[in-house]
Design a protein around this ligand. Structure first.
Ligand SMILES: Cc1ncc(C[n+]2csc(CCOP(=O)(O)OP(=O)(O)O)c2C)c(N)n1
Ligand SMILES: [Mg+2]
Length: 329
């Protein structure tokens, strides 16, 4: 039994964001197979970790510096199905990049979601730089940055951890450990010590949490948020999770993962796990779930229709968002 259960409205929102993300992801894979989305990268399996983390922050005040797998986190931080479909479509209206970046570079300025680059790990340095700026301005904003366990073998991660620790910045390092960096299993990329254990080397707390358990993640990140906000310095959280689908639509995961392993993970699907728990606890009825699912289907259909009825970028837009205004070449 859990000691603290969030209010009903929060629980239903959690389910809604997770299920919305899965429905969008399913649509993206369909579009990919139809040749209408050139690149698809999935958060499937990471939904509990990402919603639990995002909902622990103050929307519109704290900052998110996500990585390419954090679509669910961005939805829980306020982005919409329409934003995601415009992004994958590469439409000029795409709020993430005006159709400039491949799918996975999520951003919305008004929601404090900061765009990253495709280079694994680079966003963590941006997060630390932001946190330093907030410190210098006397603001108590918290910056959360998401990354995979593979990213922790990049020098960028160590630099970001080191700098955040020296300056005791308000940063939550949120690692989503899914056991693989594309085809490379964790024991070959992060060595024998777990990610959370490495926090000790920087003198910061490192906490491992079951990333399949949304309430555990929410509790952990909420506590970390309170601590770092109060000036307790940066915190590393390692959410143990699993990617249920191939790395991207350019990957064949049957080459490096046994199907029994994937099937076993699917049997522990975090969304089913959470909805089953909600129903067992009589916190969500079948009818309530059906209403949310129907609303999600309608939202994803409408977003797809909208995004794919928008015009392609024109030649005049070639330099937009590439050069500063007034410098077109
Ligand atoms: C610097 C750099 N090296 C390699 C790549 C290719 N690459 C893209 S995603 C990825 C795997 C990263 O794994 P992890 O950090 O565990 O995140 P996950 O994809 O598992 O969520 C790699 C190697 C890259 N984009 N940038
Ligand atoms: Mg990984």
């Amino acid at each position: 039994m859990r000691e603290k259960i969030p209010p009903l409205e929060t629980l239903h929102q959690m389910y809604y964001y997770m299920a919305l993300s899965r429905a969008i992801d399913t649509r993206l894979w369909q579009l990919g197979r139809q040749g209408k989305a050139h690149f698809v990268i999935t958060p499937a399996g990471h939904e509990a970790a990402q919603v639990g983390a995002a909902m622990a922050l103050r929307q519109g005040y704290d900052y998110f510096v996500p990585y390419y797998r954090d679509m669910t986190m961005c939805l829980a931080a306020g982005m919409t199905a329409r934003d995601m479909l415009l992004h994958v479509r590469g439409a000029p209206e795409d709020p993430s990049s005006g159709g400039r970046q491949m799918f996975g570079h999520f951003s919305r300025r008004d929601l404090n979601i900061v765009s990253g680059s495709s280079s694994v790990g680079s966003q963590m340095l941006h997060a630390v730089g932001l946190a330093l700026a907030f410190r210098n301005r006397g603001e108590d904003r918290v910056t959360l940055t998401g990354f995979g366990e593979g990213a922790t073998s990049e020098g960028d991660w160590h630099e970001a951890m080191n700098f955040a620790a020296i300056h005791q910045l308000r940063v939550i390092f949120f690692c989503e450990n899914n056991g693989y960096a594309i085809s490379v299993p964790a024991h070959l990329e992060i060595g024998r010590v777990g990610v959370a254990d490495k926090a000790a080397a920087y003198g910061m707390p490192g906490i491992r949490v079951d990333g399949n358990d949304i309430l555990a993640v929410y509790e952990t990140v909420s506590a970390a948020h309170a601590q770092t906000r109060a000036g307790g310095g940066p915190i590393l959280i390692e959410a143990m999770t699993y990617r249920l689908l191939p790395h991207s639509n350019a990957d064949d995961d049957s080459k490096y993962r046994a199907s029994e392993e994937v099937q076993a993970a699917r049997a522990r699907d975090p969304i089913t796990q959470f909805s089953t728990w909600l129903k067992d606890q009589q916190l969500m009825s079948d009818a309530e779930q059906q209403t949310m699912d129907a609303r999600i289907t309608q939202e994803v259909d409408a977003a797809t229709e909208y995004a794919y009825s928008r015009p392609e970028p024109t030649e005049e837009l070639l330099y937009q968002h590439v050069y500063a205004p007034g410098r077109t070449a």
